[in-house]
Design a protein around this ligand. Structure first.
Ligand SMILES: N[C@@H](CCC(=O)N[C@@H](CS)C(=O)NCC(=O)O)C(=O)O
Length: 221
């Protein structure tokens, strides 16, 4: 059985968890926060979660884990079989991560943990988020899923990156990132009806107080 290391508030952890649930694969969650201990760095060289424990060892980096599950683990496919369509899904995943997820993270300290970030970082965060959403508008198909008519890994990245990016944009810039992107708003509604997505959201809510207490304790040193 797979072992999934991470914690329920982590959006990257939840990407892998949703893939495992959608694929119908058995797994056990081992709750763990990212850290720089020698022990954890030996399985996750940058100290990040998620990590997937498999028969031969450990796999870190969400996209590598998702590729592994797709290639080796069976269950419901989350990538198209045809290479061109597959490449489109992978490009969308990468665009969402590089141009939406990572810029949104610049704003996380202020949006979620009450720590003011410098104006220069805010300016960059806003400009990059807007460019990322424009990228998704150009490339996403939203018929109704990000890459077309089937649920894919691109929807998993979309769900767990765009929702948080929207919170950042609202809190820092009073900006509705999806204000003129109704197909994306519709897709979030559709995805949030999925029972696995609802289960993950409930697990996240339950884990939130403990996670916030941990962040506060770490901030105090
Ligand atoms: N590039 C990594 C990013 C994962 C990541 O940022 N994980 C966060 C939790 S959402 C983490 O472990 N943060 C802990 C830390 O930075 O110490 C991936 O794709 O898996």
């Amino acid at each position: 059985m797979f072992k999934l290391y991470g914690f329920a508030v982590s959006n990257y952890f939840n990407m892998v968890k949703l893939a495992l649930l959608e694929k119908g694969l058995a797994f056990e969650v081992i709750t763990l926060h990212g850290n720089q201990s020698d022990e954890f760095l030996s399985i996750s060289p940058r100290g990040k979660v998620p990590v997937l424990g498999v028969e031969q060892g450990f796999i870190n980096e969400t996209s590598a884990i998702l590729d592994y599950l797709e290639e080796c683990a069976g269950g419901t496919p989350l990538l198209p079989a045809e290479p061109f369509a597959r490449a489109q899904v992978r490009a969308l995943m990468k665009e969402i991560e590089l141009y939406i997820e990572l810029p949104a993270r610049l704003g996380y300290p202020q949006a979620f943990f009450g720590m003011e970030i410098p104006d220069a970082l805010k300016t960059r965060c806003k400009a990059e988020l807007l460019a990322g959403i424009a990228t998704l508008k150009r490339h996403g198909r939203f018929t109704p899923y990000v890459a077309g008519d089937s649920f894919s890994l691109a929807d998993i990245y979309f769900l767990y990156s765009v929702d948080l990016a929207c919170v950042v944009a609202k809190k820092l810039f009073n900006l509705d990132l999806l204000g003129d992107f109704s197909v994306a708003r519709d897709l979030l509604v559709l995805l949030n009806k999925n029972p696995h997505v609802q289960q993950i959201a409930a697990d996240k809510e339950a884990d939130m107080p403990g996670f916030l207490a941990l962040v506060q304790a770490q901030a105090k040193g």
